[in-house]
Design a protein around this ligand. Sequence first.
Ligand SMILES: Cc1cc2nc3c(=O)[nH]c(=O)nc-3n(C[C@H](O)[C@H](O)[C@H](O)COP(=O)(O)O)c2cc1C
Length: 186
Amino acid sequence: MKKILSFILTAFITLIGFNAQAEDNNMTDKKVLVAYFSATGTTAEVAKNLADNINADLFTIEPEQPYTAADLNWRNDQSRSSLEMNDRSSRPQIASKVDDMSKYSVVFVGFPIWWYREPSIIDTFMESYDFSGKTVVPFATSGSSGMGNSGKNMQELAPKAKVFDGKRFPADASKDELQQWAKEWL
Ligand SMILES: Cc1cc2nc3c(=O)[nH]c(=O)nc-3n(C[C@H](O)[C@H](O)[C@H](O)COP(=O)(O)O)c2cc1C
C-alpha cells in the first residue's frame, strides 16, 4: 500500500513539474513586442518595466512632429491634442516603423489616456500594420480615467487582430504587477 501511495505521489509531483516546464516554455516561445507612445514619460516608464520583465522587444511610437507643452494643453480647445482628439479621422504621423511586425504574435500597445480613450497616434499605429492572427493588448496610464473604449476602437481599426480591453496602470506600477497581468497572453 505504501509503495502504491509513493508511486502515486511521485507521478503527481512529476506531472506538476512537467506542467510548470510547459508554462515556462510558453513564456519564451511567443515573440512579444511592447510598443508605446508617451508624451511626457509616464507610459514610457511602465512600458520599459513591462518589456524588461517579460523579455519582450520594445518599440517607441514616436510622433513625426513631437508634442510641445502647448500641444498637450487640454484646457485649450484649439491646442493640437484637442483638435486631433475632436477629429476621429485624425492620424498623426509616426517617425519610424517596427522592423518586422510579422515575427510577433503578441503586441502590447501602451499609451496615455487622452480624453477618455487612446490618442489618435495609436489609431495611426493600428492602421499601419497587418495584425492578422495577432493578439493585441492595450495598456495605459492616466490621471484617473480607465481604458474607456480604447480596446474596442483599436479592434475596429485592426479587425483581423484579437484586441483585448487591456488595463490602465498607475505611474508606479511594479514590475511584478505588470508581469502577473501580462502572463495571461504569454
Ligand atoms: C491631451 C490630454 C488629455 C488627457 N486626458 C485625460 C483623461 O481623459 N483622463 C485622465 O485620467 N487623464 C488624462 N490625461 C492625463 C494623462 O493620461 C496622464 O498624465 C498620463 O499618465 C500621461 O502619460 P505620458 O507621460 O506617457 O504621456 C490627459 C493628458 C493630456 C495631455
